[in-house]
Design a binder for this molecule. Structure first.
Ligand code: C5P
Length: 255
């Protein structure tokens, strides 16, 4: 059995407002992507290959690729960098293509290969979450996502029928006990990801774009998706306030 990790780190980071791709933005003095490698260095279940999907601009690509090379030098795990696409799913696609190229000579069996897809923006995801996702896929679950119970009360709103100016009309309150908020890394057999790619290729562009992650594609294909426990630390760093919470956590964890 083989294991590969695809880290998608090609996002613009616009909502962080630092004028650079998110993976380069500093968290506690180092780029966000460097923290992803810190967590990977703690993993007891190693990967056979890491694919980094990076921003296309040369300076960002070079800086982030160097972090990958450093990790590879420290751990012996091969790291391959490739430029990303315009959307997260385009970047995942680029990562899968790079994986195909990277192991072409090695004859990996798609049915016996576990692929984890991880958002670089979830930089502080603890190694237990990676380990549980890997273990569930290797025990036979074809699609596995980490998730947390929802703590907010969630309401569904009508898309276009406000009763009062500047308001939205509530249609219903969704029972919270049955809801989960999904995180990454998401784990799949490589074979399923290859079939997922074929599945979306046959779809209208709008329908394909509505499937925002690979677990949603699996659901659309009728494949069972399983959930393992996520972590509060696996939140996606999206806004400046997320960055502050992540820094507070790091300061607390290593005084
Ligand atoms: O933008 P969003 O929050 O959905 O991004 C989630 C993850 O996908 C981030 O780690 C981001 O770097 C990545 N991404 C990407 N290529 C894009 C857009 C997002 O790799 N074009």
């Amino acid at each position: 059995a083989r294991r590969a990790l695809i880290v998608v780190a090609a996002g613009s980071g616009e909502r962080l407002g630092r004028g650079m791709p998110k993976a380069r933005v500093h968290l506690a003095g180092r780029p966000i992507l460097a923290h992803v490698f810190d967590r990977l260095g703690e993993l007891t279940v190693p990967f056979d290959a890491v694919i980094l999907v990076l921003p296309r601009d040369d300076a960002s690509f070079a800086e982030l690729d160097a972090l990958g090379r450093g990790f590879s030098a420290d751990t012996g795990v091969p790291v391959h960098s490739t430029p990303g696409g315009d959307s997260r799913s385009g970047s995942v696609r680029a990562g899968l293509d790079e994986l195909e190229r990277a192991v072409a000579h090695a004859d990996w069996s798609p049915a016996a290969t576990t692929v984890l897809i991880h958002d670089a923006a979830r930089a502080l995801t603890p190694q237990e979450v990676y380990a549980q996702v890997i273990s569930a896929v290797e025990s036979g679950a074809p699609a596995v996502v980490p998730a947390r119970p929802v703590t907010d009360t969630i309401k569904r709103v009508h898309p276009d029928a406000p009763q009062h100016a500047q308001t939205e009309r509530v249609v219903e309150t969704v029972p919270r006990a049955a809801l989960r908020a999904v995180q990454t890394p998401q784990g799949f057999t490589w074979e399923l990801l290859q079939r997922a790619f074929e599945h979306t290729r046959g779809m209208a562009e709008d329908d394909a774009e509505a499937l925002t992650d690979e677990a949603m594609i699996a659901e659309d294909m009728g494949v069972e998706v399983s959930i393992v426990a996520g972590s509060d630390l696996a939140v996606k760093i999206t806004t400046p306030s997320d960055l502050i919470s992540a820094e507070a956590h790091l300061a607390h964890a290593s005084p």
